[in-house]
Design a protein around this ligand. Structure first.
Ligand code: ADP
Ligand code: MG
Length: 618
């Protein structure tokens, strides 16, 4: 590989179910979506651990049904959350892998790797997916990649965004910017259509992915993209559709085969993953078939489903999508007539019924499908990456304005949430407000920072707190200023100041207990390197093993050939035979026990034997 290209930045859509990577190609003046080693433009966000190796992406997803406890997906649902979070508790029930409470209520994924129990936090799992995406880009670009723009759902809070940055750091990436997925899609869309844009256009982004649903309204005016409002549902997407299909088929099997597989997790898992293909087919065709051999008690399951039935069983989910669409417009105080373009994003937005409902909602407006829905987010992230990189000239310049997904405020007397920055405020933003002390002779105040929409502060999410202390005791009603500032990554810092003395205090909300410490991150970076090294070792061993197999086979065949065999001295024949025997022992033996050197040394020996007696090796 060539030397590290400092200037280059890739765009990564780190999805709940699938991830995608893209890069701006300066000499072509366009974004290139990079396919993985399987030729796919999206890569499953899955990581699996086996007795022998670690697998990431397609390889992990493909073996998920046979190794469910050790195949992790949905890490994005855990990132930046606490174990006791009801969302985590609910999600856990659907996961075949084990999650336990770690220190400070941090959820830890517990797995078995090479016969030992290991624990990983969500940041580590996500970092493995990020490493995979980086490697996909590096293979295509033939250079090392350091910089990246990574996208997150619009509703991600402060802690989730920071944890995503931590995942990037563990992956050895420099995260230049975190941007909202719908915003990234909008950038991609804006590039497509900007030339035709006259005046101000209101764009509605509809992103129905594998695990999540995001809608946003943004305005494009000249070079400026402004996100006006966002809404979303953390648990609505292709996986829920797969689950509905699963339930449908379970019932069908019960009726038709008199077999209840609902208590058979392995069968359920296999059936669920088999549902994804017919689901995709139904976006194009009106019927699709499903086949799972040996599903349960020797039953080979064969069935089919029509598009009409598929729509019926999922209608509730589709209607939920439309409710969210409605809510987003209400938040933005916009009527649907004022939307100029409706843009489809996310793999599940390919479902015809979803498109039909959306089109009807917008009173027959044609939907924009010019961008590949799976790639739009990574596309936009790559453009943003180019904008932030030095030496990139051809990328159209634009100013990107994002909004806060949740209201931010502080606790005031009576457990009231005093909102400093309402949700959907454009960032970066800085707001200062004057507050008063509530008791006589107060010389300190506690600033408690919350995010959320509830009026009672304690019903919202506590982000952190700090003390402003040391000012002279004064009668109640003494003034002090509190300032909330959000930077372009959506990261909040809060400061407070007492004006007569100038005493101030400040925190960057680090979600104290939840966020990884520098030491922890450093340890994880080291571990990530170790895992990488182990993967490489495994690959080298596997390659050597396959070659040994190959040469042993060729040598065996040569020995079988009378013509060749009869010309050998008996000691040479012995030599070849013993090399074959050792090869067979190595291949059949416990490979984990043996060092790579043993394999590589014997391979060399085999190659020499082959060269000497049979001919040129390849
Ligand atoms: P995310 O960003 O949430 O990980 P994606 O936008 O990549 O998700 O979408 C992945 C989801 O889209 C998966 O559930 C997948 O099954 C679904 N999907 C992909 N293609 C199609 C299709 N042609 N029809 C229906 N669903 C699809
Ligand atoms: Mg997505």
């Amino acid at each position: 590989m060539a030397k590290e290209d400092q200037g280059l930045a890739i765009g990564i859509d780190l999805g709940t179910t699938y991830s995608c990577v893209a890069v701006w190609r300066e000499h072509h003046s366009r974004v290139h979506i990079i396919h993985n080693d399987q030729g796919n433009n999206t890569t499953p966000s899955s990581v699996a651990f086996t007795d022998q190796e670690r697998l990431i992406g397609d390889a992990a997803k493909n073996q998920a049904a046979t190794n469910p406890q050790n195949t992790v997906f949905d890490a994005k649902r855990l990132i930046g959350r606490k174990y006791s979070d009801p969302v985590v508790q609910k999600d856990m029930m659907l996961w075949p892998f084990k999650v336990v409470a770690g220190a400070n209520d941090k959820p830890m994924i517990t797995l078995n790797y090479k016969g030992e129990e290991k624990q990983f936090c969500a940041e580590e799992i996500s970092s493995m997916v990020l490493v995979k995406m980086r490697e996909i880009a590096e293979a295509y670009l033939e250079t090392k990649v350091k910089n990246a723009v990574v996208t997150v759902p619009a509703y991600f809070n402060d802690s989730q965004r920071k944890s995503t940055i931590d995942a990037g750091t563990i992956a050895g990436l420099n995260i230049m910017r975190i941007i909202n997925e719908p915003t990234a899609a909008a950038i991609a869309y804006g590039l497509d259509r900007r030339m035709n844009c006259v005046g101000e256009r209101n764009i509605f982004i509809f992103d129905l992915g594998g695990g999540t649903f995001d809608v946003s309204i943004l305005t494009i005016k000249g070079k400026i993209f402004e996100v006006k409002a966002t809404a979303g549902n953390t648990h609505l997407g292709g996986e829920d559709i797969d689950n509905r299909m699963l339930n449908y088929f379970v019932e069908k099997i019960k009726k038709e085969k008199k077999e209840d597989i609902s208590g058979n997790p392995r069968a359920l898992r296999r059936l669920r993953s088999a549902c994804e293909r017919p689901k995709r087919t139904l976006s194009l065709a009106v019927t699709a078939s499903i086949e799972v051999d040996g599903l349960s008690n020797g039953i080979d399951f064969r069935s089919s489903i029509t598009r009409a039935r598929f729509e019926e069983i999922n209608m509730e989910l589709f209607n939920q999508c439309m409710e969210t669409v409605d809510r987003c417009l209400a938040d933005a105080k916009m009527h649907k007539c004022s939307i100029h373009d409706v843009v489809l994003v996310g793999g599940s937005s390919r479902i015809p019924k979803v498109q039909e409902l959306l089109k009807d909602f917008f009173e027959g407006k044609d939907l924009c499908k010019s961008i590949n829905p799976d790639e739009a987010v990574a596309y936009g992230a790559a453009v943003q990456g180019a904008l932030l990189s030095e030496g990139i000239k051809n990328v159209p310049d634009m100013v990107l304005l994002d909004v806060t997904p949740l209201s931010l405020g502080k606790h005031v007397l009576g457990d009231i949430m005093s909102v400093m920055i309402p949700r959907n405020t454009t960032i970066p933003v800085k707001r200062t407000k004057e507050y008063l002390t509530v008791a006589d002779d107060q010389s300190c105040v506690k600033i408690q920072v919350y995010e959320g929409e509830r009026t009672r502060a304690s019903d919202n999410n506590l982000l952190g707190s700090f003390m402003l202390s040391g000012f002279p005791p004064a009668p109640r009603g003494h003034r002090f200023d509190v300032c909330f500032a959000i930077d372009e990554n959506g990261i909040l810092s809060v400061s407070a100041k007492e004006n007569t003395t100038g005493i101030s205090n400040k925190i960057i909300i680090t979600n104290d207990n939840e966020r990884l410490s520098t030491e922890e991150i450093n340890r994880m970076i080291q571990e990530a390197d170790d895992y990488q090294a182990e993967d490489m070792k495994f690959l080298r061993k596997a390659k050597a093993r396959n070659k040994i197999d190959d040469y042993a086979y060729k040598l065996k065949n040569a020995l079988k050939n009378e013509n060749f065999s009869s010309k050998l001295f008996s000691e040479d024949r012995e030599k070849i035979s013993s090399a074959i025997t050792k090869a067979t022992e190595l291949i059949d033996g416990d490979q984990q026990e043996e060092e790579i050197d043993v394999f590589e040394d014997h391979l060399e020996e085999l190659i020499n034997v082959f060269k000497r007696f049979v001919g040129k090796s390849d």
